[in-house]
Design a protein around this ligand. Structure first.
Ligand SMILES: [Zn+2]
Length: 83
């Protein structure tokens, strides 16, 4: 019954993968759903990483004062931009 053993092995492997994916899915907290594009606020924010000097411009956000992005494991510093 060599073929039977292969079928059983494949079935078990499949089951293990299914369980693994299920565990991973339940562990990973799903990111919040992005709001529809119409609800996004147009913002013009500039952030600088104090540690490495990288700068990032945020052009759209869900809120008027969004949380600063992170870089080098630290919150980036907002830069007040002169118009
Ligand atoms: Zn950085």
């Amino acid at each position: 019954m060599f073929l039977f053993k292969i079928v059983v092995a494949i079935a078990i492997a499949f089951l293990i993968i299914k369980i693994g994916v299920f565990i991973l899915k339940s562990l990973a907290t799903p990111p919040p759903e992005p709001p529809p594009p119409g609800e996004l606020r147009k913002v013009k924010l500039l952030y600088r990483c104090e540690l490495c000097g990288a700068e990032v411009r945020m052009t759209a956000a869900a809120e008027e004062n969004p949380e600063p992005p992170r870089h080098c494991m630290e919150d980036m510093e907002p830069i007040i931009e002169e118009e």
